[in-house]
Design a protein around this ligand. Sequence first.
Ligand SMILES: [Zn+2]
Length: 663
Amino acid sequence: MGLTRIPGLLFGGDYNPEQWPEEVWREDVRLMAEAGVNLVTVAVFSWSRLEPAPGVYEFGWLDRVLDLLHANGVAVDLATATATPPPWLVREHPEIQPVDAAGTRLEFGSRQGYCPSSPVFRAATVRLARAMAERYREHPALAMWHVSNEYADHTAECFCAESARDFRRWLQARHRSLDGLNAAWGTSCWGQHYTDWTQVEPPRKAPGPVNPAQLLDWRRFSSDALLACFEAERAVLKEVTPDVPVTTNFMSVLRDLDYWKWAECEDVVTDDAYPDPADPRAAVKAALSYDLMRSLKRQPWLLLESAPSAVSWRPVNVPKDPGVMRLHSLQALAHGSDGVMFFQWRQAKYGPEKFHSAMLPHGGTATRRWRETLALGADVRRLAEVAGATTRAEVALLLDWESWWGLEAPESMPSDRLRLHELLLSWYAPLHARGVAVDLAPPGRDLSGYRLVIAPNLYLCTAEHAAALAAFEGRLVVGPFSGVVDAADQVHDGGAPGPLRDLLGVRVEEWRPLPDGVTQELVTTDGTRLLARTWTEWLDAEETEGTDVLARYRGGPLHGRPAVTRRGAATYLSCLPEDPAPLLDDLLTAAGVTGVAGAGLPADVEACRRGRYLFLLNHGAGPATVTLPEPGTDLLTGRALPAGPVTLGPRDAVVLKPRPTTP
Ligand SMILES: [Zn+2]
C-alpha cells in the first residue's frame, strides 16, 4: 500500500489554476499528461476565492478544476486553503493578525498572516475545512488532504494578548500551580517571582536576555499552538473522509516545530526541500533532511515541494545546471520519497514567486526546463517499482527538539557557536560520504536494531533519555555539552554529563569554548593527531573505574587531559574535531557497519540503498567511476551491468536492481 491510492511513484507539483484563465487550464492538463503528472496540489492559497464573504462559498471554479484534472488522469492533493486568511476576515477581526516579539502587529498583504492561538482564526479554518471536505468527499480526484501550508515558515510564534492567554493555559496544564512555574523557571534569579498568573507573558523583546526556561517553554508552546491548528482541521477531515490520508508539508530540518510530535498526528510525512544549488554542501544537507523525513514515521514519505531550478526568496537565486533537477529528484527517491513534486507546475506571471522556477517556465515548451521536466517524468515512470521500498539503517543520529531549543537560547550560553544543525551535519556528512545509511531518532525511542547510535549533542537530558541510552546494546557516541540540564533547563546536580555520568564514566569540570579561528590539538592513543575547533572541555575520567582514555589534548592549558573516552560501549567526545573521520572509522569498524560501496566511493558520488535498489548519484561536474558490488539492471537505462567498475557521467545516476540470485 502506497502513500495514496495511486500506484507507482508520484510526480507533479503545486498547481494554481486560479491565477490563469480557463483556456490555459486545458493546455495545462494536456501538458501534464505529456509529462506523466499524476498528482497536483491544489488550492493552497485559495481561501479568498473559495469563501469571498463569510459563509459564502464559490466552489464552482474548483469543481471544474478537479473535474478537468480527473478526466485527464491527474489526482489531487487538495489543500484546505487555510494557509492565508482572506481580507474580509482580517479586516473584521484585525486581532487575528500575528504580533512580533517587539509588539508590532503585522499587516495583511503577504501570507500566513494569522495568530495560531486565535479562536476566531481556528474556528474559521475548521468551517472552511468542513465545507471543503463535504464538497469533495466523493470526488474521484481527491487522493490526499493538505492542511494549511508550511507551518512556521513566516509565523512560528505570535506575541499578542490572545497568545499570552493561550500560553498561560498551556503553562497551567504543565506546571499546575504558580509555585510550580516559579520553581521550574527559576524566577528567584533576577527578581522574576510571579504572584499572579496574569503577570506571566510571552518572552517579548526585553532589555536583556530573557529567562531561558521561559523561552524553552515558549518554544514548546509555540510548536503545540500550531499543532493544535493542524489537529483542529485534521479532526474534521477524518470525520468526513476517514479514508483519505491527511498531511501537512514539513520544511526539512526546521528548528521551530517538534516534528516527532507532529508526525504522530498525520498519516503521511511530506516535505518541502530547497537545497541551494550554490551551496557546496547542498547534497549532504538535503540527504540529512530526507533521512529525517523517512525516520519520522519510519515509512516512505513524499517530497511535496522542490524547485525545478532557482527559487526567488534568497538574496541571490542560482539556477540548477542541466541535470541537477533530475539528480536532486533521484536523491529524494533514494532516501525514501515515494515521488517527486515541485513548486510549481506553471511559472507565475505575478506575485513574489513570479521568478521562482516551475516545471513549465515562462518560455513555454521550447525550453530546456520543459525538456528536463518531460525527461524526469519518464525517469520517474521507469522507477515505479521502487515505490514503497524501505531502508534499513544500522546507524542512528539522535535529534531532540527540546534539547535543540535549549541549546540555542540566545545570550546565556558558554558559546553561541554550538548550532544543532551543524552538529548533526558534522557526523552525518562523513557517514554520508561512506555510503552508510542513517536514521534520525529521538533519544527516548527504543534503539534496538541499531549497531551505532550517535548523539551529536544532548544538552537537555532527562533520566528517561539516559535510561534509553543505557538500555541500548550497541556502540554509543555522545558529543560535547551533553547531559547539562533537565527538562526545565536547570543544571543537573554535580554538573555534566548529569544522568549520563555512570554510562559515560566522565565528569566535566569546565567548559572551554574556543574563539573563532583557534584550534586545540588532540592525539589518540595510536598517535593520530586531530584538531578541535569551537569547543573543548576540562574532563575528569581517570577517577571512574573502567573508563579508558582514547585521546588526550596536547598543548595549552588542557595538555595531557582526556579529550575522548570510552566506558564499555559508550564513547564520549569532549570537543568538536574538525574532521571526526578517524574516530568514526574506528567506531564503524567496532560496530561492524560498512557503507554501501565500501571505502572506495569517489568524493562526489552518493551511494544509497533503498530496499534492494542501489542508487548511485554523481553530484560532481566530471565523470566518476564506482565499483558495483553486484550485477543487476540499471532501471534508468535498462542496461544490464556486471559487478565491477561502472563510470557515471557528470550529474548522472544509476539505479541498480540487483539480479535475483538463483537458489
Ligand atoms: Zn497571537
